[in-house]
Design a protein. Structure first.
Length: 338
């Protein structure tokens, strides 16, 4: 069932208190398996609300044998730090954008090719289909476990404290925060911007102190992270779709008995599907909410921006980087790009 915005807000206070709290009160014995799940989003984001629900179901279905402790809002470190902890086994689960994961698994960035996906139908056709299966295979080759269903981060929009993005020339010289990912840097450089790679947990302060003028994220993150406090303009560019791979430390995963693996995977994948619906619904409401917070919205025509990227060789470059096999899978879902 979708989360309404009212329900989301009502759950925020409780979630903040219990996000990493133990679930074991109904069982006398301590859980045999207590795994940590880290993410970089605010406690009131649908990701954490749905993860908490999944954790409760898993605990009950395993009769208290498996407890998932949730650490939201980069509590355990930056994205790059937490990815290192995941690989070392200090954290058992972590949700990470494929665009950031691409520093370890290059193929994961292909879902973020600029202006590739016109709508959600196209996204899920690719990510629940052949392209998603290919990407999961690439992740597993790097020694990580990955759940079947990618969680939604939404289409990304550009916010700025200086000016809206209306035509490609508006990108010229704008200092924009981007995650630590070559694809992001490449796209905005091709448009004439000055991208700066900054970890997500440092983004608000970087905007506040004007280290950068702009950033880009889905509306749900813009709202839950309160970027409207330090940004005036929001341009609905829909320039990238972004999702979170639910990653596991393979050694920790393989320690679990098969029946517990099934319970954990089934509930986490189901929570990811519920979260997709939540993000879609929230994004329908958030433009009005953010407007009330003082943000000015506009919707630029994507065609001239896509043409500028093509003229600069952006698509040809990334086709070579990803290889013909992966690119053909992408274009099977999206249609021709390069």
């Amino acid at each position: 069932m979708n989360l309404s915005r009212r329900k989301l807000i009502s759950l925020t206070a409780g979630s903040a208190l219990v996000a990493a709290a133990p679930l074991r009160s109904a069982w006398a014995a301590a859980p045999k398996y207590r795994y940590k799940y880290a993410n970089n989003l605010a406690v009131n984001h649908p990701m954490n609300i749905r993860a908490r629900e999944a954790a409760e179901r898993i605990f009950k279905e395993t009769d208290g044998a498996f407890e998932l402790a949730i650490f939201p809002n980069s509590q355990l470190g930056s994205d790059t730090d937490t990815l290192s902890q995941l690989r070392a086994g200090a954290v058992e689960f972590f949700t990470l954008s494929g665009l950031i994961l691409s520093t370890l698994v290059p193929a994961t960035a292909i879902s973020g090719v600029g202006f590739a996906f016109p709508d959600y139908d196209t996204v899920w056709k690719a990510m629940d289909g052949q392209l998603g299966a290919y990407i999961r295979g690439q992740i597993q080759q790097r020694g990580l476990y990955v759940m079947d269903k990618i969680w939604d981060n939404g289409f990304r929009q550009v916010t700025s404290s200086t000016r809206p993005i209306v035509v490609p020339a508006d990108f010229d010289g704008i200092k924009i925060r981007v995650p630590i990912s070559p694809l992001w840097t490449s796209m905005f450089q091709s448009l004439g911007a000055a991208p700066t790679s900054i970890n997500f947990n440092e983004t608000y302060s970087s905007l506040q102190t004007r280290v950068v003028d702009a950033q880009e994220n889905p509306l749900a993150i813009i709202e839950t992270s309160k970027f409207y406090e330090v940004q005036k303009f929001c341009s609905m560019t829909n320039h990238m779709w972004d999702g979170f791979w639910f990653l596991g430390n393979r050694r920790a995963w393989e320690k679990l008995p098969a029946d517990i693996q099934e319970i954990v995977a089934r509930n986490i994948n189901a929570a990811g599907m519920d979260m997709r619906a939540d993000v879609f619904m929230l994004n329908q409401e958030l433009q009005s909410t953010l407007s009330q917070q003082g943000m000015a919205f506009n919707s630029p025509d994507p065609a001239p921006i896509r043409a500028a990227l093509k003229e600069k060789g952006f698509y040809d470059t990334w086709k070579k980087n990803f290889g013909d096999q992966a690119w053909d899978m992408l274009e099977t879902a999206t249609g021709g790009l390069s």
